[in-house]
Design a protein. Structure first.
Lengths: 107, 139
């Protein structure tokens, strides 16, 4: 099922979680260890955040030996983009209709 | 022009309209007129009034948040899995009106406000990364 824009926003509302996602966007694939070194919280906490990000479709994981590698999934942001694209067109069209209506009605 | 602003997840449409604010206000607040350009609704320009916009594709749940006749009208807009706030601002300009509509995903709704306050710190840095990511997405 597709993630709702609201769920994406809520997932990224947590500053630590957002920092992890940002880092993955910026630096590419990272191990949990490396992410923990930069996160300022414990490894279990980082793993938990990664679990939430994965559930929202924002990251993907890959097992390699004893390490799990995570990478950002930019497509996870698409619900937000879709929302904006839809409403931009929607309001433009409604403004046109509003102007038409104003021309027709009495002062 | 409509301008999706990823910074605030808001959409702004602004137009100069050759009619006075009073007339535009009627079109924004009288259900029989609202229906002609937006959707069918049981809107009333009363604070906290809960209403719905309905169309053949579904409905939008709303609540009035701000009413300042001929100047500002704001209501929550819940649809498509995202609570947002729609704010209309009317500013007299010459013989007409500058009409501005902003739909924002970070509204003044309590929950959204709490979210926004939590998200504000470090948000600009995140936006920079986000824009980079979006630039790399296939069109």
């Amino acid at each position: 099922m597709r993630t709702s824009p609201d769920a994406v926003l809520k997932t990224l509302a947590d500053p630590t979680r957002r920092a992890i996602f940002e880092r993955l966007c910026r630096e590419g694939e990272q191990t949990v260890h490396v992410l923990t070194d930069h996160a300022g919280v414990s490894q279990p906490a980082v793993s938990k955040h990664l679990g939430v990000l994965k559930l929202a479709g924002l990251v993907r994981d890959r097992r390699a030996g004893r390490e799990t590698h995570y990478s950002a999934q930019p497509r996870g942001l698409e619900p937000l983009l879709d929302w904006m694209t839809f409403y931009s067109a929607f309001w433009q069209e409604r403004f046109d209709r509003l102007e038409d209506l104003l021309k027709r009605i009495d002062q | 022009m409509s301008k999706p602003a990823i910074e605030t997840l808001s959409i702004v449409v602004e137009r100069e309209i050759p009619f006075p604010p009073e007339k535009i206000w009627r079109a924004l607040t009288q259900p029989h007129l609202i229906e002609e350009w937006l959707m069918k609704s049981d809107f009333k320009p009363i604070m906290d009034h809960k209403f719905k916009f309905t169309a053949d594709w579904g409905s939008v749940d709303c609540q009035v948040m701000e009413v300042e006749p001929h100047k500002t009208l704001s209501y929550t807009w819940g649809a498509y899995g995202l609570g947002s706030v729609v704010t209309w601002t009317l500013t007299p300009k010459g013989n007409g009106t500058q009409l501005r509509m902003e739909q924002s995903g970070f509204g003044t709704d309590k929950q959204q406000q709490a979210f926004y306050n939590g998200a504000k710190q470090g948000w600009p840095k995140f936006i920079a990364a986000l824009e980079q990511v979006l630039a790399g997405l296939p069109a």
